[in-house]
Design a protein around this ligand. Structure first.
Ligand code: GLN
Length: 476
């Protein structure tokens, strides 16, 4: 199945060669056919999408330009607020809640002409690596339905891989855009912290959360990132500077760039041999294209996982305190307020969310704070310093995105630690606030896709995108 890129579709709609309504219908037809098996969506917004597409067509008919993403169907992870459309975070605790506003990333994508076709499934509150922690049942990998799509943006990655939408938005706290992109054979980009507004993204771990694109090509991912990036006064952590221009970087090649392969992640525990082999092929291919490629040790990357799994739950325990049965969604009636809180939170949250809230509350509690939360913060600083040393010698770094290809449903649900190991390659750049990109590069076990992760220092998106586009061209 070779499908047109988002940019090709937008071009056809802008010139009047194709109507946006016809483009949306074509995608909704694919949804109707395959969605019962894949379950990428919590909500398919067919009528709203048809109406929005008709407006795009009307603008073209009036001689206006609806924008660089004109008429391109866009799937939204269901933790991005959408005015008038339920936003569930795949949790029962938000049952019946309809946001009164759009997330900034959503309104910006729509302003660029994109047409929202639905809200995609995720691990509850984005906590997970397989989309099996959804209150509404798992999403399946469209390439092999006995396998997971990765997570937590598994619905968004599956929607792109299945041809339901050429573009999707996900969120990434410790790998949730990149790892599902790798497992589904699509491109996923986590921007530098602060490049994309978090306004209207339901918070998981606020010092790590970023919104970013999933797409079938690096060029499409960049087009969506350019549409959503840039300062937003509604998010105090959004960077007060223009977003980096990226589309011009795509064809610049890698001649002369210094690229380091992170030793610790290339040989990480549990890595599948084929994944290691693809990483070395990718490194050789980049060297063949003129990059200076070498191995580099970034020792603190190995401490990413323990630091992340203290800091992210600590922030989550605080962020999720707001679901108290009073302000949002579910409420179980009880005679007094304490038992109402208890009953609502016990019924509303799934087991993984409860585990994180307990872990995080413990890590923040008096007497343990310094040994756990404080120590993890110090490790975070070491990771930043370890990367800084590597970036003195290298422009970009390379690793696998995930240690294995897509794994069978149910195979890691009984063992949270095995599941957490899926994130071993992605969490370090999240803790550092750096951008990272996953690009499909060949296959591994069972012919399933392997993703290569390209990392760059803060605001290094231009060089990251150059390397990513080169890898895409060089991929077997
Ligand atoms: N899989 C990681 C976790 O469970 C990352 C999740 C994310 O990036 N949202 O926390």
């Amino acid at each position: 199945m070779t499908l047109p890129t988002a940019l090709d579709l937008a071009q056809a709609v802008r010139t009047g060669e194709r109507s946006a309504v016809e483009v949306v219908e074509e995608h909704l037809a694919r949804v109707e056919e395959a969605e019962p098996e894949v379950h990428a969506f919590n909500l398919v917004a067919g009528e709203e999408a048809r109406a929005a597409a008709a407006q795009v067509d009307a603008r073209v008919a009036r001689g206006e330009d609806p924008g660089p993403l004109a008429g391109v169907p866009l799937a939204l992870k269901d933790n991005l607020c959408t005015r008038g459309l339920p936003t569930t975070c795949s949790s029962r605790i938000l049952a019946g809640w309809v946001p009164p506003y759009d997330a900034t990333a959503v309104s910006r994508a729509v302003r660029s002409g994109a047409v929202v076709i639905g809200k995609t499934n995720l691990d509850e509150f984005a906590m997970g690596s397989s989309t099996e922690n959804s209150a509404f049942g798992p999403t399946r990998n469209p390439l092999d339905p006995i396998r997971v799509p990765g997570g937590s943006s598994g619905g968004s990655a599956a929607a792109v891989a299945a041809g339901f939408a050429p573009l999707a938005l996900g969120s990434d706290t410790g790998g949730s855009i990149r790892q599902p992109a790798a497992l589904c054979g699509v491109v996923g980009l986590k921007p530098t912290y602060g490049v994309v507004s978090r306004y209207g993204l339901v918070a998981f771990a606020s010092s790590l959360d970023q919104v970013g694109p999933l797409a079938r090509t690096v060029g499409d991912a960049v087009a969506l990132l350019e549409a959503i990036a840039g300062h937003d006064p509604a998010d105090s952590t959004s960077l007060d500077r223009p977003a980096p221009a990226l589309s011009g970087c795509l064809a610049q090649g890698v001649e002369g760039l210094r690229i380091g392969v992170i030793q610790e992640l290339a040989g990480v525990e549990g890595i599948a041999p084929e994944v290691g082999a693809r990483l070395h092929e990718a490194a050789d291919a980049l060297a063949g294209a003129g990059a200076k490629v070498d191995e580099v040790s970034v020792p603190a990357t190995m401490w990413g996982l323990p630091a992340y799994y203290l800091l992210a739950p600590a922030e989550a325990s605080s962020n999720l305190a707001r679901y108290d049965g009073v302000r949002y969604g579910l409420r179980l009636a009880r005679p007094d307020i304490t038992s109402m809180y208890e009953a609502t939170r016990s019924a509303g949250f799934g087991p993984e969310v409860k585990r994180r809230i307990m872990l995080g509350t413990f890590a923040l509690s008096a007497g343990y704070y310094d040994a756990y939360y404080g120590q993890a913060q110090r490790v975070r600083t070491l990771i930043i310093e370890s990367f800084a040393a590597a970036y003195e010698r290298f422009d970009a770094l390379l690793s696998p995105t995930a240690p294995t290809t897509a794994f069978p449903l149910g195979s890691r649900t009984a063992d949270p630690l095995a599941m957490y190991l899926s994130d071993v390659c992605t969490v370090a750049s999240s803790l550092a606030g750096h951008p990272a990109l996953s690009v499909p590069f060949g296959t591994g076990e069972g012919g399933l896709p392997v993703g290569i992760q390209v990392m760059a220092p803060a605001l290094g998106e231009p060089v990251m995108v150059r390397v990513g586009a080169a890898l895409e061209d060089l991929a077997p």
